[in-house]
Design a protein around this ligand. Structure first.
Ligand SMILES: Cc1cc2nc3c(=O)[nH]c(=O)nc-3n(C[C@H](O)[C@H](O)[C@H](O)COP(=O)(O)OP(=O)(O)OC[C@H]3O[C@@H](n4cnc5c(N)ncnc54)[C@H](O)[C@@H]3O)c2cc1C
Length: 472
């Protein structure tokens, strides 16, 4: 089996990032992955027909493009290229128009009358201080040193509903904000749903919402290739069910969620620590759809055709109702739908003249309800004729997503609920959330700060914790 300085279990974006940070600090590192390939939540496959490249999980990557950690490894040298849709996000309305997030705040402001000036007043200072704010919020909670983060925090801690009612008067800005805040997968009346909206909008203006050319797999392949170039070893098709399967190592890092860690390391954990992990809460699940399409999606609002991502749910009250229903454990009649149309900006995703579509909606954790009809009805509402261009379809409910990747417990794509308590303190309040009750065993997944998304910062922060404990 050999002996390593560190073994990382799970090759998702966080496992890969942890492995890179340890290897480039001079440690011998082995990465062990259950699946036949690396990537976890950042992979691509021909889910419908040969020649169509679909992102199995993540599709849109503002967090990856802005991640302080992803800026340091030479990922471009390992094949990663970003494609930037002209418009990051389009939010269509029933009247055939759309609110847009574009690079400049003034261009966005022009699409959300009468709230353009209020939008710029809110966003401009945040966009100007974006890098400093990210530096603070992508780490475990501490008292922020810079004023911009404190100002961000004062807005971010609110509910989306609270912010919307205080800042915006018109339906368009309210709807645009509600859609971005709904990425938090919480009822929009809950704190801190405003945070999700603010971060995604800020990134829309600072970095854009890019897509990796060739598919999300390109991010994972670039990370893995860099890790191997640093001397790291990767073993795939190797699912770890108990600690005895692992080679000897000074440190073992798990890119898994608390429920899995209890299953794998349970007998070795202290009773107190295990109990705290068992109290960890998971959020709603998602229902995921991918389509092979005969042509681009025929959006009624022409501006939508230039957007990488679309939020479908009309006005803010409809979106709020859908998220509230999911929060109460019920299937929404009109789900809030997130759509991506990668092939419009990356011709490698589909055969000549053909296209791909990617979408998901939120559902109660573990739901097996088939949401295909409800999701396609929402798309048809803003793009009449959509159903006629479908030439292939792949659908996965929450349970199927969990079978695909055990980290998606009940279909929760964020590695645990991101309500106020669990976004500030993951998996629970602790000075070093990456350390566990076993001295050489660490958690490095999105169940640790700063939470869900493809940014690698959980893995990087965990690796720094390991290096600190080794006196490096
Ligand atoms: C449908 C969907 C859409 C999404 N959209 C976006 C998006 O557009 N943008 C974005 O930034 N994020 C998105 N996400 C979220 C993102 O994919 C995750 O937050 C991210 O992948 C978490 O990274 P991670 O490394 O913590 O875990 P994961 O990516 O889940 O990786 C964990 C890895 O560990 C492996 N593993 C688990 N258990 C074991 C075991 N016992 N032994 C060995 N290996 C094991 C798994 O196979 C997996 O490869 C989406 C997720 C889904 C499902």
């Amino acid at each position: 089996m050999g002996k390593y300085d560190a073994v990382v279990v799970g090759a998702g974006p966080n496992g890969l990032s942890a492995a890179i940070e340890l290897a480039r600090s001079g440690l011998s590192v082995k990465l062990v992955e259950a699946s036949h390939k690396v990537g976890g939540g950042a992979t691509s496959e021909a889910l419908t027909h040969p020649g169509f490249v679909h992102d199995v999980c993540s599709a849109i990557h503002p967090l990856a493009a802005a991640s302080p950690f992803f800026k340091s490894p030479p990922l471009m040298d390992h094949g990663l290229r970003w494609g930037y849709p002209e418009t990051a996000l389009a939010h269509p309305f029933d009247d055939g128009t759309a609110a847009l997030i574009q690079r400049s705040t003034s261009a966005t402001a022009a699409t959300i009358p009468p709230d353009g000036p209020a939008y710029m007043q809110l966003m401009d200072p945040l966009v100007d201080a974006c890098d400093a704010i990210l530096e603070d919020i992508l780490k475990p909670l501490r008292i922020p040193g810079n004023v911009a983060t404190l100002r961000f925090g004062a807005w971010a801690i609110r509910s989306a509903k609270g912010l919307i009612q205080k800042v915006f008067d018109g339906e368009r800005a309210r709807a645009l904000f509600a859609g971005t805040a709904a990425h938090g997968m919480l009822s929009l009346e809950r704190h801190p749903t405003a945070a999700f909206g603010l971060v995604l909008m800020m990134l829309g203006h600072r970095t854009g919402w890019p897509i990796p050319v060739g598919g999300a797999q390109a991010i994972s392949d670039a990370l893995a290739s860099h890790f191997v170039a640093l001397g790291g070893t990767i073993e795939t098709d190797a699912r770890i069910d108990n600690l005895s399967q692992l080679p000897r190592a000074e440190a073992i890092l798990f890119d898994v969620t608390p429920r899995q860690l209890v299953r794998i390391a349970g007998p070795n954990l202290t009773k107190h620590y295990r109990k705290r992990l068992e109290r960890y809460r998971y959020g709603p699940g998602v229902f995921k759809l991918d389509w092979a399409l005969a042509e681009p999606i025929p959006w009624k609002a022409k501006a939508c055709r230039k957007a990488g991502t679309l939020h479908l749910g009309g006005g803010w009250e409809e979106i709020a109702r859908a998220e509230q229903e999911v929060g109460r454990g019920r299937i929404p009649e009109k789900p809030f739908v997130l759509v991506a149309q990668q092939s419009v900006f990356d011709r490698s995703r589909a055969p000549e003249g053909k296209h791909t579509g990617w979408a998901y909606c939120h559902v109660p954790n573990g739901s097996e309800t088939d949401m295909t009809e409800a999701v396609e009805t929402q798309i048809e509402r803003f793009a009449p004729g959509f159903r006629d261009i479908i030439v292939g379809r792949s659908a996965r409910n929450s349970r199927a997503l969990e079978r695909h990747n055990p980290n998606y417990v009940g279909g929760d794509i964020n590695g645990g609920m991101q309500d106020l308590g669990q976004i500030l303190f993951r998996p629970f309040a602790s000075f070093d959330p990456y350390r566990t009750a076993i001295p050489n065993l660490y958690l490095c997944s999105s169940s640790t700060p700063p939470g869900g998304g493809v940014h690698g910062m959980c893995g990087y922060n965990a690796a720094r914790s390991v290096l600190r404990s080794m006196g490096r």
